[in-house]
Design a protein around this ligand. Structure first.
Ligand SMILES: Cc1cc2nc3c(=O)[nH]c(=O)nc-3n(C[C@H](O)[C@H](O)[C@H](O)COP(=O)(O)O)c2cc1C
Length: 309
């Protein structure tokens, strides 16, 4: 994939050839799969979310494709911080592109502990997953639904991460994504990733007359959630000055341009890789570049937030 000058983003002084980032949870478990994604045109990759210990996740079926996206209740299965630190280090040897380490904890304290361990691998950013619909605090809701929990997690992770920047990944539900983004910014976050999966939702198998997922419910991703994601990014942009990694339903270059106009600096792509293959990165890059040329834009930042004016 050749470097396309027009679409180099300006994100936290990181060197990137494209604003597209592999979203967490898709092909993010091994250095070799992540390095491949870069060769296909992504500007950076995000690892699968990990915590301290190996975690099995939910029984199969845990992912179901449907007409407008995916329903998943993978349950944050991951090999744990030790293995992931090795993969991040290996990725750094293989590729010059930035890697974002996605972390989570079962308790507030675990978030900080994982961040400290993850920082040993020197990722370019630590993304804090407070919004997975499948992992809940003692009150039965994602940590990201509570301004107090999110503030505390952000502060602790920032401290544990040292000089590595931190992005907090928010979901579309909870007490309002604009407010939550402000809480993160006030507590030291360097960026916001919006959004995680929406829902949860359910699909029922009409032959056996039971929910298809073993977990019954799961997070919704893909084209079905694009309008929710665009609106969330728009709202975050109105509330904070830190950059946004806009994620949710981006499949075509037109979706990516919508995210830029809503206020994105980077754009996460997840489910589209499942449907379109890794070629999707090159296609979206080309489409954004064509749109910029046709409309006389010479830098991505000229597009950022234009839908607000
Ligand atoms: C199978 C699957 C696994 C996911 N795992 C994670 C995860 O481990 N951590 C996380 O922050 N988000 C995870 N996500 C959410 C995605 O990173 C992304 O925020 C969401 O799917 C919306 O983007 P998309 O429509 O481009 O997929 C996962 C999504 C899918 C479909």
């Amino acid at each position: 994939m050749k470097t396309i000058h027009l679409i180099k983003p300006d994100f936290l002084n990181l060197k990137m050839d494209s604003p597209l980032v592999l979203a967490s949870g898709i092909l993010g478990l091994t250095a070799s799969s992540m390095a491949r994604v870069i060769r296909f045109g992504a500007g950076a990759v995000t690892s699968k979310s990990f915590n301290l210990e190996w975690r099995k996740g939910h029984r199969n079926p845990s992912i179901i494709p449907f007409e407008h996206g995916l329903l998943n209740a993978v349950g944050l299965s991951n090999p744990g911080v030790d293995e992931m630190v090795k993969e991040i280090r290996l990725f750094r040897q293989k590729s010059e592109a930035p890697i974002f380490a996605s972390i989570f904890g079962r308790t507030i304290e675990e978030f900080a502990e994982v961040a400290k361990r993850a920082a040993e691998a020197r990722p370019h950013l630590i993304e804090v997953n407070v919004s997975c619909p499948n992992v809940r605090s003692e009150f039965g809701t994602p940590f990201g639904d509570s301004p107090q929990d999110t503030a505390q997690i952000t502060r602790l992770v920032k401290k544990a991460a040292g000089d590595i920047p931190v992005s907090v990944k928010l979901g579309p539900h909870g007490p309002g994504i604009g407010l939550m983004a402000r809480v993160c910014e006030e507590n030291g976050a360097d960026a916001i990733t919006a959004i995680n999966t929406a829902g949860p939702g359910m699909l029922i198998d009409i032959r056996v007359r039971k929910p298809v997922l073993s977990n019954k419910t799961g997070g919704i991703s893909g084209p079905a959630i694009l309008p929710i994601a665009v609106k969330s990014v728009y709202e975050v942009y109105e509330n904070v000055r830190i950059p946004i990694i806009a994620t949710g339903g981006v499949t075509h270059w037109q979706d990516a341009v919508q995210m830029l106009l809503a206020g994105a600096t980077l754009i996460g792509v997840g489910t589209a890789v499942y449907y379109e293959g890794m070629e999707v990165f090159g296609k979206i890059n080309k489409g954004i570049e064509g749109y910029m040329r046709e409309n006389g834009f010479s830098a991505l930042k000229e597009l950022r937030g234009l839908a607000h004016e």
